[in-house]
Design a protein around this ligand. Structure first.
Ligand SMILES: *Cc1c(COP(=O)(O)O)cnc(C)c1O
Length: 384
């Protein structure tokens, strides 16, 4: 199958398929020149609010700012502890540290790669003020356990929904959108995320009127009234151009999620019998949106598989190569050294395969056939 071209997240193809709507949206903004806080931003915030069934959505410049604004809004005393996961993109722990707070790293569940809720309570001290779970790869961490712990110890919960917008978690009889269960949800519209703009974008959401107005103020240089600054804030806005793009994509968002799940189902059925691969598992109660389809490759064969697939023009990614607890930024700035053996092991085993709303069945077959070929070949030539 030469001439097959596969990219990790299908951005070009998605643009081609929605070209006329996206072009019109962008041109409209340029014609009106309403680049800052244009109507498109308000329309997007309302649409997302309705989609999430949440009271307030505050758009901002990126997902990292969303996390920073959320933590700033909680007004925590310096050196307060925030419990988070060791297996994640750096942003949440970085922001905790940046604000003079202390990230406390809890190891993850080997099956879901999300924070291991059985280990959270042993890290709670009188300084612990918040839990910051990351809903990794498209599915929720165990929000039922997290909310139980937060209520028992009176902790805030900030949900990092950057990779899992559109995902849900079953809370008792109710199915709730991720990010609307804790105190504040934070998401990103970075091009690789489930709902993606053409650059940077993000949002905070919450049901609390008080927190929402605080975040709005903090994102506007600490002012409610123009040129009257009450607190130390930042400048964080979603560009009108990005909002215009997101308004188009919002119409297709449910279809995008179905397409991702479809890709995952095809991978699952093709790879289920490959002995040295462990397929992604879904947490009880979670609806997985497959922002990433991440397998584990055991017996030390991950890097060789990655290289083999690369030679067949199949891109893959390692999310993540280093656990946060052993990154220099945290080792050098925290007095405590955390031990997270599962996270560190996952860093040597995980491999994310291409997932996109545009991936075709024949491309998925090409990928899975090559994975199977690799293991047949490798097994023959590397018997122990
Ligand atoms: C992408 C991502 C972020 C940060 O989003 P940006 O928009 O790139 O700032 C935060 N947390 C997680 C888990 C992410 O994957």
């Amino acid at each position: 199958m030469s001439g097959i071209s596969i990219d990790m997240c299908g951005l070009q193809r998605q643009y081609v398929n929605l070209k006329s709507e996206l072009d019109d949206a962008v041109i409209g903004v340029m014609e009106r020149a309403n680049y800052i806080n244009g109507d498109e931003v308000k329309i997007f915030a309302e649409d997302l609010q309705n989609f999430l069934s949440v009271n307030h959505v505050i758009p901002c410049a990126n997902g990292t700012d969303a996390l920073q604004l959320a933590l700033m809004a909680l007004n925590l005393e310096p050196e307060s502890e925030v419990i988070t996961t060791a297996f994640s993109f750096v942003a949440p722990a970085e922001v905790i540290l940046f604000l003079g707070l202390k990230p406390v790293f809890v190891d993850v569940d080997i099956n879901t790669c999300n924070i291991d809720c059985n280990k959270i309570e042993e890290f709670i001290t009188h300084r612990t003020k918040a839990l910051l779970p990351v809903h990794l790869f498209g599915q929720g961490a165990d929000m039922e356990a997290i909310m139980r712990i937060s209520q028992k110890y009176q902790l805030h919960v900030i949900e990092d929904v950057a990779q899992s917008l559109g995902g849900t978690f079953q809370m008792g009889n109710e199915i709730k959108k991720l990010g609307t269960i804790g105190t504040i949800g934070c998401t990103s519209f970075f091009p690789t995320k489930n709902l993606a703009c053409f650059g940077d974008g993000g949002a905070c959401y919450t049901n609390s009127e008080e927190i929402a107005s605080k975040i709005r103020m903090l994102a506007k240089h600490g002012s409610k009234t123009k040129y009257f600054h009450e607190e130390i804030g930042i400048n964080s806005r979603l560009d009108t151009l990005q909002a215009a793009i997101l308004n188009v994509k919002m119409r297709y968002f449910s279809q995008f999620i179905s397409a991702r799940i479809n890709v995952a189902n095809q991978y699952n059925s093709a790879l289920i019998n490959v002995p040295e691969i462990i397929l992604p598992k879904t947490q009880n109660g979670a609806f997985h949106t497959y922002n990433q389809y991440t397998i584990r490759v055991i017996n030390g064969k991950r890097d060789a598989l990655k290289q083999y697939l690369h030679s067949k023009n199949i891109p893959t990614q390692i999310y993540y190569p280093t656990a946060l607890n052993v990154l220099p930024v945290f080792l050098n700035n925290l007095k405590t050294k955390y031990d997270c053996p599962i996270s560190e092991r996952l860093c040597t085993e995980v491999l994310s395969l291409p997932v996109s709303t545009e991936l075709k069945q024949e491309q998925i077959e090409y990928i899975t056939e090559n994975i199977i070929t690799f293991f047949n070949f490798y097994g023959k030539h590397n018997d122990t």
